[in-house]
Design a protein around this ligand. Structure first.
Ligand SMILES: [Zn+2]
Length: 329
């Protein structure tokens, strides 16, 4: 195994390849970056777990952007979590928030997973590489299947890449208190011959009931992908979260017989992109009457960032003067 440093470090995503199985993927372990986000919002545990899962998934997908651009994962659905937004700005910035119905969350059974918290609706993934023309959005219907399965469907439908995703989140207790951790593993079958990928692409649900894959004319899945999926499915939640098992060690345990190579990692940190400038850009999109309606009893306009809870205390007269002034830039 080739290993490039970073052994045992949190908030890091590592790309890897298993050439013997024509598989490539990424593994992420989130520690302080996720704990900072969840600690600040003080979400109920069930909501925090889903935000953690979504954050791990977002880093797995967004870290494909090497140098610039942003990736956003967003849900809107009818479950106790009404809306969930996670942003990853290349190369390393992560932020997230959720809107939820506290009473419905409190009524959930202990250990409820993303399938129950999200319910039915849509999961949208938006890739923005700077210009309008490079903006791409993929949408998957949420039908009570949860985030892992929604990710599989996205890659099957939009990208035609056989993909396996595992996500795990837990709050760990240690001498210094409680801290949230998350782990994610994404494995994709990328053989040089597209024909082999197509064979692996048939979803069992696409085969009419009572028929096997062979009867319906489909060939069986590629042996290499069957083996890779079986290996990925042996990963336990606690292994993905365990801070004492490095990502390299976990990949080695899974794939060493097929020769896994691990590439240079990318760090991840909690960071919001909000600023007074962005708030002003938002203010310009409203008309003067709407802005007057925003003024509070204290005569100020107060804006709180949903992602990082930072509060902006703005003087309405200064805002109007700035908007009325000819562009100084
Ligand atoms: Zn913010």
């Amino acid at each position: 195994m080739t290993s490039v440093g970073f052994e045992g470090v949190d908030d890091l995503v590592l790309p890897f390849a298993v050439e013997g199985l024509d598989v490539r993927g990424r593994i992420v372990r989130l520690g302080p970056a996720l704990d900072t986000i969840l600690d600040r919002h003080n979400y109920p545990d069930a909501v925090a777990r889903v935000v953690g899962e979504a954050a791990a998934l977002t880093v797995l997908l967004g870290s494909a952007l090497k140098f610039e651009g942003s990736f956003q994962l967003q849900t809107r659905s009818d479950g106790p979590i009404e809306m969930l937004v996670v942003d990853f700005d290349a190369p390393d910035r992560l932020r997230a928030f959720a809107r939820f119905d506290g009473e419905r969350v409190a009524a959930l059974p202990a250990g409820a997973r993303s399938a129950e918290l999200l319910g039915e609706g849509v999961l949208a993934m938006t890739l923005d590489q700077g210009s309008e023309t490079s903006r791409y959005q993929g949408v998957v219907a949420l039908e009570g299947q949860g985030l892992e399965e929604a990710a599989h469907q996205y890659f099957r439908q939009s990208e035609q890449i056989p993909t396996r995703v595992r996500l795990a989140v837990a709050e760990q207790f240690s001498g210094s208190g409680r801290a949230w951790r998350a782990g994610g593993l994404m494995t994709q079958f990328l053989p040089s011959s597209p024909e082999r990928a197509r064979q692996a692409d048939l979803h069992p649900g696409d085969i009419p009931e009572g028929h096997s894959a062979q009867e319906s004319g489909a060939r069986p899945e590629d042996d290499a992908w069957v083996e890779a999926k079986a290996l990925v499915d042996t990963v336990e939640d606690h292994e993905l979260i365990d801070p004492s098992v490095s990502s390299e060690r976990l990949l080695y345990r899974l794939f060493h017989e097929r020769g896994v190579r691990v590439f240079e990692g990318q760090g991840v940190r909690e960071a919001c992109r909000c600023s007074r400038g962005r708030i002003m850009a938002m203010m310009r999109r409203f008309d003067a009457k709407d802005r007057r309606d925003m003024v509070g009893d204290n005569g100020r306009i107060e804006v709180t960032c949903e992602f990082c809870s930072r509060r902006y205390d703005l003087d309405p007269a200064a805002i109007e003067a700035e908007i009325a002034a000819p562009d100084a830039r």
